[in-house]
Design a binder for this molecule. Sequence first.
Ligand SMILES: [Zn+2]
Length: 424
Amino acid sequence: MYKCSLERMSDKIKTFSKFGDAGHGGITRYSLSPEAIMARNEFIKRMTAIGAKIECDDVANLYATIEGSDPTAKRIVMGSHCDSVKNGGNYDGILGVMSAMEVLETVVAENIPHKHPLTAMIWTNEEGSLYPPAMMCSGIVCYDYLPEDIRQKFKYEDMMNSKSILDPTQTFGMALEKSGFKGDKKFRLSPDRYQYMFETHIEQGPILEDNNKEIGVVDCVLGMFNYRLKFYGQTTHAGTFPMPKRKDAFFAASEALVYLHTEIDKLVEKLGVPELVYTTGEVVCHPCVHTCVPDFFEFSFDSRHEKPEVLEQVLAIVKSCADKTWNGCKCEVVKAWNRDTVYWDKKLVSYVKAAAEETGVSHQYIHSGAGHDAQFCAYVIPTTMIFVQSKDGLSHCEPEYSKPEHCTDGATVMLNAVLKADAE
Ligand SMILES: [Zn+2]
């Protein structure tokens, strides 16, 4: 049993929090921005210092590898992303990178014997906050292995042409060329050279804190569906048109949303599935003028649960909205996309659990409600994740926080799980 260093981990947290420091406790660190390049250079500096070999693939995914005793063994890789959302926190993504670095640093400092080469990595553009979509570069690298409907969203050419949300004249491809991190395709993560993948990440929810557990032994990424509900009414003048004759699409959508909450909550009660989540986070209103009755309103509807049979019943309620008119408005229900639950490799999950037990780190099983690069990687090589407790369950915001002790214990659990995988 080996332990990672609190002192070294705290130093990394402090150092990486400077790259993109927005001045009030968090960071804005878009992928391939000058701030992200500072984080990448710090990664290279620290990994080179322990004798790791640095490689960069053609979409700037960055790999640092220390050799093992068996020259024929494939690599065991650990990593996450170093980009953030706008005004994000100091832990989402970068914690998985720092944990991977910490594992390598501990292995070198303590001279821990291992057969397999061990790799720490940074995935490019996980958040997709400047250049959509999210998980862009794991999508590109894992492309050939992804299910067809997911794969379509990650065509190489489309990704290179992804426009900056701040400046549409700039594309991801241009940022990649300029970054100095466009390497060789031969360095991409692949099953010929890589054996296993581990990703440590903050939980981004309150479950571990509520249960007073430091670490989550993650067993899957939840299945989800994402639909759009569209309501068609008639625009008229807000001052002249009598209320009873209106077809107000906004009001229609509001009624439908209340209906969805009521019916789905009844279903949750009936099935006994309080962990089911559903969200309307995006809306479109037309013409969106205060003197006009809206003739069009659209909202997103995202729902997540482990079991497909539960999601099917939720979806049936969503689809039933199209069967009636709402405040005189027609409703259309359109699928945006969905994904099935991705289960982590059972053997690797058991190594994480055993490592947590042996190192005395409090833990529980947990599902991931969010998407991560690891979920694409799971189609390529056996993969798993470790969660670290998030204060108040907050993420994608500046108050995002995980205790350095918990971060270090997360790295300790990953180190010992990796050594179990190495010893097979
Ligand atoms: Zn993340």
